[in-house]
Design a protein. Sequence first.
Length: 159
Amino acid sequence: MYEKFGAAHTLNGFPAATLILMRALDSNRHRIAIQAGITGSELRAMARVAEAGSLTPKQLAESMEMTTGAVTAISTRLVKAKLMHRVDHPSDRRSLFLELTPAANQLMEELYLEFEVSLGVATKDMSEEHLRICAELIVSVAAELGSIQPPSAEPGLVA
């Protein structure tokens, strides 16, 4: 499945297909972020907060595999853009929660629906059974790789 030709490294089969899908999702996220007037990292942060409802900066940094300093810079830009706000932690004065504003919730709803429609168009010729099997395979592989915990509900926009 892996081959090296001179300086070029290539994958074949399922690994290659997975890499193609990852790149297509990255390209889609980049396009969506540009349309929304934010960066890809800001979109990822908003998606993680949207999925959780609220997160501490430390939780967000861990979920994005970034430093808390990087997340602070991202969240500061989103607060200035009125897409995120900071909420005092009810039991720890030293901590806070990051939450989406109503405008950001509306934007995330539009983005999730657009993503759902895009995938619907891309998979329009697949049966419901094939889509179910494909979804189970993707979640299973991702969980095995350790990148996600198996979801308790429908997976959201992967950002």
